[in-house]
Design a protein around this ligand. Sequence first.
Ligand SMILES: CC(=O)N[C@H]1[C@@H](OP(=O)(O)OP(=O)(O)OC[C@H]2O[C@@H](n3ccc(=O)[nH]c3=O)[C@H](O)[C@@H]2O)O[C@H](CO)[C@@H](O)[C@@H]1O[C@H](C)C(=O)N[C@@H](C)C(=O)N[C@H](CCC(=O)O)C(=O)O
Ligand SMILES: Nc1ncnc2c1ncn2[C@@H]1O[C@H](COP(=O)(O)OP(=O)(O)OP(=O)(O)O)[C@@H](O)[C@H]1O
Length: 517
Amino acid sequence: MSTGAQSIRPQTPTPISLRDLAERFRLEAIGAADDAAVTGVSLDSRDVREGDLYVGMPGAKRHGADFAPQAAGLGARAILTDAAGAALVRAAGVALPVLVSEVHPRELLGEVSAAVYGTAEYTAKLFGVTGTNGKTSVVYLLAELLRAAGLVTGLSSTAERRVGDEVITANLTSPEASELHGLLARMREREVAAVAIEVSAQAVVRHRLDGVHFDVVAFNNFSQDHLDEFGDLESYFAAKLALFTPERAARGVVVVDTPYGQRIARESQIPITRLATAYGQQADWHLAVTAQTLDGVSFVLQGPEGAHFRGSVPVFGRFMAENAALALIMLHEAGIPLEQVAAGLDHGRIPVYIPGRLEEMSQPGSNGPRFFVDYGHTPGAFEAMLDALGEVAPGKIIFMFGADGDRDTTKREEMGRIAAAGADTVIICDYHPRSEPPEAIRAQLLAGARSAGHAEVVEEGDPRSAVRLAISLASPGDVILYAGPGHEDYQEVAGQYIPYSARDEVRGALREAGLLP
Ligand SMILES: CC(=O)N[C@H]1[C@@H](OP(=O)(O)OP(=O)(O)OC[C@H]2O[C@@H](n3ccc(=O)[nH]c3=O)[C@H](O)[C@@H]2O)O[C@H](CO)[C@@H](O)[C@@H]1O[C@H](C)C(=O)N[C@@H](C)C(=O)N[C@H](CCC(=O)O)C(=O)O
Ligand SMILES: Nc1ncnc2c1ncn2[C@@H]1O[C@H](COP(=O)(O)OP(=O)(O)OP(=O)(O)O)[C@@H](O)[C@H]1O
C-alpha cells in the first residue's frame, strides 16, 4: 500500500548530538546547546519530521535556506547550510541552531545522513543498476530473484521505494542521499537482507550515493538521453562509468554486446564479470533466448565452471531475458548460488511484475487487440521494444507516444524516425509538454516519423482521444503499444500537475469498446 509520504524513515531512530556532527564534519555550530540532537535528515522543507536536521542548500532555482521557516514549523531541530544560507535563516528570524558548512552542503549530505541514520553499520547486500534503458526492470527482477532465494528484500526504483509492505511513490529515479539513508535505516529495522537500487547518472554526479557502498553494480546499455543536463554523450557516459570505482562498489557485471559496454568493462576500476547476448562475443556468461511470444521470453544462461540457469520472464522482448540474466549474475557475484534461486521458483519462471513496463492492459485471449503501456522515452528504448514486437506481434503494430517538454530536445526526431520505421501506424500525442507549446514538440516527432517513410503517421494531441483512436484502428491480433507514461499518474503542463494515468485511461477505453469486463 502506498502511504502518500515523501520518504520512508526509521521508526526508532537514535539521536545524534549536533556537537558530534559539528566536530566530525568540521562545521561551525551557531546557537547549538550541548544537549541539542537530531534524529533524521531532510533536504526538502515539505518532508521535514519532528527532530530533523533540515539541510538548506543552494539549488538552481532557490536557496533551500529560504524554506527554513517551513522546516522549523514542521519540527526541525537544527539547520545545516552554507554561509549564505545562515544569513537567510537569521534574516527570516528562525531561532534554530545552525551548522555552517564551508563546502557546498550537498558534498556532506551523504556522510552526514549516514552518521545520523547509522547506515554504515548496515550489512545488507546492496545491488546497484545503471544504464540508459531497463534499470527499473532489472531492479524488479533482482527483488523477485532475491525473494526466491529466501532473502527479505527492499527496493528503490523510478516507480517506487519498497520495504516489505511499506511502499511510497518515487519522485526521482535515485533518491537524494538523505532520503536514501533514511530508507536504508528503515530497511535495517525490518531486517531487510538485500536491497536493489536503481542508479541514475544524475545520482552519481550529484552526490546522491555518498555514504553507500554497493556489493555489486551492473551496467546494461547506453544510448542517447539527458543531453540537456550532460551536454554531450561522453559526459553522460562518464557519469555511468564513475559508478565502477572502489569507493562506490566492490564488483560489477556488464553487458558487453556494444562498444559502450566493452568500454565500461575495460575502464572500470573494479573487477568486472561480462555478459554477452550476441553470438561470438568474448564474455564470462552467455545468454541464449530459446523461445519468445507476446506473453514472455524463455532463455538459457551459461557461466563459468558449469554455472547455468534455464528460466523465463512473463514480459516480452529479448531485452527482458537480458535484464533477467544480468540480475541472476549479480546474485551469483554476491555469493548467492543460482540453485538457491531456482529452488524458490517454479521451473525457472520468474513471476515478476514491473509497474508500467510493457504492462498489458488488455486481457490475453480477449477478442481484440493486445494493449501494452510502457515507460520507454528514449530512441534506444523505442528501438528495443519495436525490434522485440517485430519478432512476436501476430498482427499490425500501432505505436503511440509523445515526448517530454523542457528535456533533451535533440532526441525527438530520432524517436519519431525509429517509431515509424518499426511500427505500421504511429499516433503522436502529448506527454509532459511542461513549458513548451505541445504542438511544437509534436512537430519535431512528426518530422522524424515522416522521414522514415514507412508507417502511417497520425497526429492526435489529446492522449485520451489518441488511446481511443488506437483502439478503433486495431483489429484482433494487432498490438498497441503506448510508450512514455508507464506507471505515472500525472501530466505536467505549464507548471501544473494534472492527474492522468495512462493505465487507467487505457483500461477505461478498452471497457468502453467492450474489450474488458
Ligand atoms: C537537476 C537536478 O537533479 N535537480 C534536483 C535538485 O534541484 P536543485 O538543486 O536545483 O534545487 P532547487 O529546486 O533550486 O531547490 C533548492 C533546495 O530547496 C529545497 N526546497 C525547494 C522547494 C521547497 O518548497 N522546499 C525545499 O526545501 C530543495 O529540496 C533543494 O534542496 O535538487 C532537487 C531536490 O532534491 C531535485 O528535486 C531536483 O531534481 C529535479 C526535479 C529533476 O528533474 N531531476 C532530474 C533531472 C533527475 O535527477 N533525473 C534523474 C534520472 C531520471 C531518468 O533516469 O530518467 C533521477 O535520478 O531522477
Ligand atoms: N535491456 C533493455 N534494453 C533496451 N531497452 C530496454 C531494456 N529493458 C527495458 N527496456 C525498455 O526501456 C524502457 C524503460 O525501461 P525501464 O523503466 O526499466 O528503464 P529505466 O532505465 O529504469 O528508465 P528510467 O531511467 O527512465 O527510469 C522500456 O521501454 C522498456 O521496455
